[in-house]
Write a protein that binds this ligand. Structure first.
Ligand code: AMP
Ligand code: ZN
Length: 407
C-alpha cells in the first residue's frame, strides 16, 4: 500500500472509479502523474457475489449485494488513502450497460461523492472499459479489433477512435460465459465460474485426440454454418444458447446418469465447439471486411489497417480459446498481415473498476464529456451509441482544475 499522501501523489490527479454493473462490486484509485503518462493503478478492491446456491444472477439479490458492499469499499479506500485530507479529483462510475439496480447502487453513491467533494463525475460505458484495458501497459493504436467474451457479453468490436466503435458481431441470445457455465452445471459442476472449473477439469482429464468413439451422442455441427446458411450473411451473429440446448437434449435422451467418461467427453467437446464457433464467425467477418475479393467478392477492406486485437472478458482467460484465436484466425488470407494479440491479465479481463477509471479518463480528457446530477443508469447501451448521451461538455476551466500537473 502507498503512503496516504506522498509527495509523488500530490502531482497530477487522482481518480476514484466505481463498478457494479453485474455481480462484482469494485472500487479503484488511479492517478495520472503527467499529461502524456499512462494512468497508474494505486489500488483496487473487489467483492464478488456468490452465485453457487442460486445457480445464476438474481438481479434483486445483486442490487442488495452492491448496496451492502460498494459504500464499504469506498470507505476503506478513503481511510487507506487519506481522502479526508485529499479527496479524488475525478469520479468515474459505470453508467451502463448492465442490470439497472446494480448500476444504480454505484451511480447514486458516485453522484453523492461528486457533490460532496465538488468534483466532476463521468458516467462510463462498461464495454469501453473492457476494450481500453490493455492501454494500461501498452499502446494499442486505432483502428483495432476487440473480442470481448465474458459472462454477460460476447462481441467483436471495431474501434476507430475513443468515441467511435462498431459492433461487428454480437450474440443473438446468451453470452459465451453464461452458456459454458450452464453447460457445466448440466453435467454436474457446482459452484462459481463453472466455465473456469470446466477448463481445469478438461485440462486434468484430456480427451485423446485420436479417439473417434463417442461414448454419448452430442450434436457436432456449428451454428449458422452449412449449405442452408448464406456464407456471408448481412448480419454476422454468435449463438450460444444452442450449445446449452444440445447438452440438455443429450442428457434427456440418455436415461441413466452419465459416467465420468461421458462427462469428460461432453466437457471437452462442448468447450471446443463453442470456441470453434467463435473462430468460425470471426473468420466470416475477416473475409467480409478484409481485402481479398477472391475469398469474398463483396469484401469492403474495413479491417485493412487493423494491427492489434484485444481479447478480454473472463472467458478470454481460457487457454484453449487463446490457442485457437492465435492459430485458427485467417488474418493473412483476409487482411494480408497478422495483427498483435493483447490478452490482459486475468484480474483485468474480468469486471473491475480499474478499466472504468481508465475509460473515464479517456472520456474526460479525449472526448471532453462528463455527466451531471441528471445521470441515470442506462442498462441497454450499444457501444456504437457511446456519444448518443446527454453528455455535459468539459469546459477548459473544469479540465484545468482536474488535470493540474503541479510539482
Ligand atoms: P466476467 O463476466 O468477465 O466477469 O467473466 C466471468 C465469466 O468468465 C464466467 O462465465 C466464468 O465462468 C468465465 N471464465 C472465467 N475464467 C474462465 C476460463 N478460464 N475459461 C472459460 N471461462 C472462464
Ligand atoms: Zn464486463
Amino acid at each position: 500500500m502507498l503512503p496516504a499522501i506522498s509527495r509523488q501523489a500530490r502531482r497530477g490527479y487522482r481518480v476514484l472509479a466505481l463498478e457494479s454493473s453485474c455481480d462484482d462490486s469494485c472500487v479503484a484509485l488511479l492517478e495520472k502523474l503527467a499529461p502524456h503518462a499512462r494512468p497508474r493503478v494505486v489500488d483496487h478492491y473487489k467483492l464478488t457475489l456468490s452465485l453457487a446456491a442460486a445457480g445464476g444472477i438474481i438481479p434483486t439479490a445483486a442490487q442488495v449485494f452492491h448496496n451492502y458492499t460498494i459504500g464499504n469499499l469506498v470507505d476503506k479506500m478513503a481511510t487507506d488513502y487519506g481522502f479526508d485530507q485529499r479527496p479524488p479529483d475525478l469520479i468515474c462510475v459505470t453508467k451502463g450497460p448492465g442490470m439497472a439496480g446494480s448500476l444504480t447502487a454505484s451511480l447514486q453513491l458516485a453522484k453523492g461523492l461528486a457533490l460532496a467533494w465538488r468534483v466532476p463525475l463521468v458516467g462510463v460505458h462498461h464495454m469501453l472499459g473492457h476494450l481500453l484495458t490493455p492501454q494500461l501497459d501498452v499502446d494499442v493504436k486505432y483502428p483495432f479489433l476487440s473480442l470481448l467474451c465474458s459472462g454477460g457479453h460476447t462481441m467483436l468490436v471495431y474501434s476507430q477512435s475513443v468515441g467511435h466503435h462498431e459492433v461487428i458481431i454480437n450474440t443473438m441470445d446468451i453470452a459465451v460465459g453464461d452458456s459454458l457455465d450452464k453447460c457445466a452445471r448440466e453435467i454436474g459442476f457446482y459452484g462459481n465460474q463453472l466455465a473456469r472449473e470446466m477448463e481445469k477439469y478438461v485440462r486434468d482429464h484430456p480427451w485423446p485426440t485420436n479417439d473417434g468413439n463417442a461414448p454419448i451422442d452430442l450434436a457436432s455441427n456449428l451454428p449458422m454454418k452449412g449449405p442452408k446458411y448464406p456464407r456471408f450473411p448481412p448480419v454476422i451473429e454468435f449463438s450460444f444458447a444452442s450449445f446449452l440446448l444440445r447438452v440438455k437434449t443429450t442428457l434427456k435422451n440418455h436415461q441413466d446418469p452419465i459416467t465420468e467418461h461421458q462427462r469428460q467427453y461432453i466437457a471437452h467437446h462442448i468447450q471446443s465447439m463453442v470456441f470453434d464457433h467463435i473462430i468460425d464467425r470471426i473468420n466470416v467477418a475477416l473475409m467480409k471486411h478484409g481485402t481479398n475479393k477472391k475469398l469474398c467478392p463483396t469484401a469492403d477492406g474495413k479491417f485493412a489497417r487493423v494491427n492489434d486485437i484485444v481479447c478480454s472478458g473472463g472467458v478470454a482467460a481460457n487457454k484453449l480459446l487463446r490457442h485457437k484465436l492465435s492459430h485458427n484466425l485467417q488474418f493473412t488470407h483476409t487482411i494480408g498481415h497478422e495483427p498483435t494479440f493483447h490478452f490482459p491479465p486475468l484480474d483485468l479481463c474480468t469486471d473491475n473498476a480499474i478499466m472504468i477509471g481508465l475509460a473515464g479518463i479517456e472520456q474526460f480528457e479525449q472526448l471532453r464529456v462528463m455527466s451531471d446530477m441528471l445521470a441515470v443508469a442506462r442498462p441497454k447501451w450499444p457501444l456504437n451509441e457511446l456519444m448518443d448521451e446527454p453528455w455535459v461538455p468539459v469546459d477548459d476551466a473544469t479540465y484545468d482544475k482536474v488535470t493540474q500537473f503541479k510539482l
